[in-house]
Design a protein around this ligand. Structure first.
Ligand code: 5AD
Ligand code: SF4
Length: 465
């Protein structure tokens, strides 16, 4: 369900009040916000919404936290490492509060949706003024108004609110590529994963809403649309429509204009042949499929509650490649799931070699509070897991290097996305491999033909053709 217009109007009124209040306090100068998002693209899309709301309230943005009136971290809870890093960075914010007592420090996102983390913030990070979870982003104006006008700190960690707030202003991080969320939340409950707990049940945005937003992005000149969901293939399941995502891909593909479409993530259990057929037939959909396998061993896959086996996964890959021979496939893999044996891990290595991934995102298993896997016996040491992790990375690096070597001398049509820190323009091949090349700024946001001169395993170096 969508958040009611009445509620959105109420928030709009709060935004107006906050804007006035801030102007009064700063003597007419625009207040400055420093925001930073951690984690996945879904979180980045939330961050763009948050920035949109802040700009509606009159904030300008700064890259320097020392000159900010408002600092916000949009957090990630997927692994312990992410949480530790974020808490470390929150610790470093204290000094800004000492020099600017009016500074407001805010934490939001997935970490804040966990009760034990909220308790830790309350007890140990007393200079955090405002904290809110993933379900109430649209309420930021009201929450900030309360922070500015009430005594004490404001926490809003409402439990699962299944409403979707449409119509908000979005401040995209790029004017070339845009994220377009199609679903929020996840229903899969993979036993290691905290996402269903912190993001709630899966909800799909309305078909028309998504299609209209895609049209609007193309009209605004965006050259790439990235459709986002934890599991894009179940888009529409909550309004009892099967295979709606392939239809959506086709309809977005039919929007006139020169632009690209990417999407993620596809869960192998519901990656249908219809989806792969739609990919193959839509000329604007790039030839890249992110299909996280997590493990190559059937017992481990079952213990992870993934609902597919190795053979089903490999069948999908075979079908996909039969209709798209140049398809690039990437994956996520977890090493050291509780109880995983070395033989089981070797099944993952052999699957990686069999598939020939263009890139892998590999993670050492990290126990998450409240998940089923966190209560399983986990006898392996961290050192052993680290060794397996390195073995996997080595295997992947060899596959990737062999793959990119084939690209030497080939010409790719690449959307120039940005200038990187080496002073080169950067973009991606259709298969999502990064490529950098020398070119003037006038090429930014345009499609360039780039010849590969030096293929490395993870990035290609090239020159304008
Ligand atoms: N430990 C390690 N990796 C995890 N992922 C999700 N939860 C965990 C966890 N508890 C990985 C999965 C997922 C990716 C986004 O993060 O591989 O696909
Ligand atoms: Fe987590 Fe599994 Fe949902 Fe992905 S599909 S967000 S890994 S529960």
């Amino acid at each position: 369900m969508a958040v009611s217009n009445e509620e959105l109007n109420r928030q709009f009124e709060y935004a107006t009040r906050v804007r006035q209040l801030l102007l009064d306090r700063t003597g007419g100068k625009s207040p400055k916000a420093f925001t930073h998002t951690y984690g996945c693209q879904g979180n980045v899309a939330d961050g763009e919404k948050i920035d949109g709301i802040l700009s509606e309230m009159g904030y300008e943005f700064t890259d320097d936290p020392a000159e900010a009136d408002f600092i916000l971290f949009n957090t990630c809870a997927v692994r312990e490492h992410a949480e530790d890093r974020i808490f470390g960075n929150v610790g470093r914010l204290k000094k800004y509060k000492e020099t600017n007592p009016n500074l407001i420090i805010c934490l939001c996102g997935c970490m804040v949706q966990q009760p034990h983390i909220v308790q830790r913030i309350k007890d140990h990070f007393r200079y955090v003024d405002l904290a809110f979870g993933t379900h109430v982003i649209y309420k930021l104006p009201e929450l900030l108004y309360r922070t500015l006008t009430e005594e004490g700190r404001v926490f809003d960690i409402s439990e699962d609110n299944n409403d979707i707030a449409e119509d908000g202003v979005i401040r995209h991080n790029s004017n070339i590529k845009a994220f377009l969320p199609v679903t929020y939340g996840c229903n899969n409950f993979c036993t290691y994963c905290v996402v269903p707990y912190v993001r709630g049940r899966e909800r799909s945005r309305s078909y028309d809403e998504v299609l209209n937003e895609a049209r609007s992005l193309v009209n605004q000149g965006y050259k790439e649309i990235m459709l986002l969901g934890q599991n894009v293939n179940s888009y529409g399941n909550d309004f009892h429509e099967k295979n709606l995502f392939p239809k959506l891909l086709r309809d977005i593909n039919d929007i006139p204009g020169d632009f690209l479409i990417r999407f993620m993530t596809s869960h192998p259990k519901d990656c249908s042949h219809e989806l792969l057929d739609a990919m193959a037939e839509c000329e604007k959909v790039e030839r890249h499929l992110h299909l996280p396998v997590q493990s190559g061993n059937d017992r481990v896959l079952k213990a992870m509650n993934r609902h597919y086996d190795r053979e089903h996964y490999l069948e999908l890959i075979r079908y996909a490649r039969s209709i798209m021979p140049d398809l690039s496939i990437t994956s996520d893999i977890i090493v050291g799931f509780p109880g995983e044996t070395h033989e089981e891990f070797l099944d993952t290595i052999s699957l990686v070699k069999e598939v020939g991934y263009s890139a892998l995102y590999t993670f050492i298993y990290s126990p998450r509070v409240g998940t089923k896997a966190a209560s399983l016996p986990d006898p392996m040491t961290r050192t052993e897991k680290q060794q397996w992790f390195e073995e996997l990375q080595f295997a992947q690096e060899q596959c990737a290097a062999a793959r990119t070597e084939q690209f030497r001398g080939q010409v790719f049509r690449v959307l120039a996305e940005k200038r990187n820190k080496h002073g080169k323009l950067e973009g991606r091949t259709s298969g999502n491999t990064m490529i950098e090349f020398d070119a003037p700024d006038s090429c930014l946001g345009t499609f360039c033909d780039v010849r590969v001169t030096e293929p490395l395993s993870f990035v290609l170096k090239g020159e304008l053709n």
